[in-house]
Design a protein. Structure first.
Length: 254
């Protein structure tokens, strides 16, 4: 298995000349920074800060860059998640009238609005991002007001009961459980934890769901298979209960 650092170095060497002065900074976040990175399972999470909003022309350039990287590192194909956002969009939090580009596992490269959902990532990169290209994230990106991050997290939590209806593969179910655990811990303690850390701490708050949380963590970190039956109904019930509990604790959780 090619190491994450090798892939990231290759990516930087390709992105730097191809994007030239359009790329202001490139930053690593996610589990490789927060901890509990699994080389066989985890994704590489990146934020690319651009001089202007991405468009269809840039999308063509990015698509070729990603395709070439996948060909050179097939074991990492589909496991590199990048959000491309202009500095103006981040400064205009929540980025109204701006668009971003995004590629993630199971999601092809595409344009989408720069909604408040993106604020959580931008804040995490500002606070903890590892610089790959450009100045330190804390110097390039503006700080995000903590109340806005909480509001964005509440929006995520509020939407999860609808999102989980589409999550029938076991990997998606595991992701739903662990992501709700992370949101619960972030809102309660103000810290971004890894999936494993958040799962362990959330069991104490929701002991009746301990078995499901352990299952989700084991599936995610112990190479669970897509052919596994999963626990669809339990996961949906967990998401509904935990989402409601989080929003009930939040002052603006209605």
């Amino acid at each position: 298995m090619v190491s994450p650092d090798t892939v990231l170095s290759d990516l930087c060497e390709s992105w730097r000349p191809a994007l030239a002065d359009r790329l202001l900074g490139l930053y690593l976040h996610g589990s490789l920074v927060a901890g509990d990175f699994d080389v066989n399972r985890s994704d590489l999470d990146l934020l690319a800060v651009l001089a202007g909003d991405p468009d269809e022309k840039l999308l063509d350039v990015l698509a070729e860059l990603h395709a070439d990287l996948d060909r050179r590192h097939p074991q990492w194909a589909g496991r590199i998640e990048v959000e491309y956002v202009s500095l103006d969009a981040v400064r205009a939090v929540p980025g109204r009238n701006h668009v971003i580009a995004r590629i993630s596992p199971g999601e092809s490269l595409h344009l989408l609005p720069a909604t408040t959902h993106r604020v959580v990532t931008w804040a995490a990169v500002h606070d903890y991002g590892r610089t790959l290209l450009g100045p330190p994230a804390g110097e390039l990106l503006p700080a995000v007001e903590p109340g806005l991050v909480r509001a964005a997290l509440r929006d995520h939590v509020r939407d999860w009961p609808a999102w989980v209806l589409e999550m029938t593969p076991p990997g998606a179910q595991s992701y739903a459980v662990l992501t709700l655990c992370r949101a619960f811990q972030r809102l309660r303690n103000g810290r971004q934890l890894s999936k494993r850390q958040a799962a362990g701490q959330t069991i104490a708050a929701f002991p009746r769901w301990a078995d499901l949380i352990v299952w989700a963590c084991d599936w995610w970190y112990d190479s669970g298979r897509d052919s596994d039956p999963g626990r669809v109904e339990e996961v949906r019930a967990f998401v509904h209960e935990v989402s409601a509990a989080i929003l009930a604790e939040e002052p603006d959780g209605r």
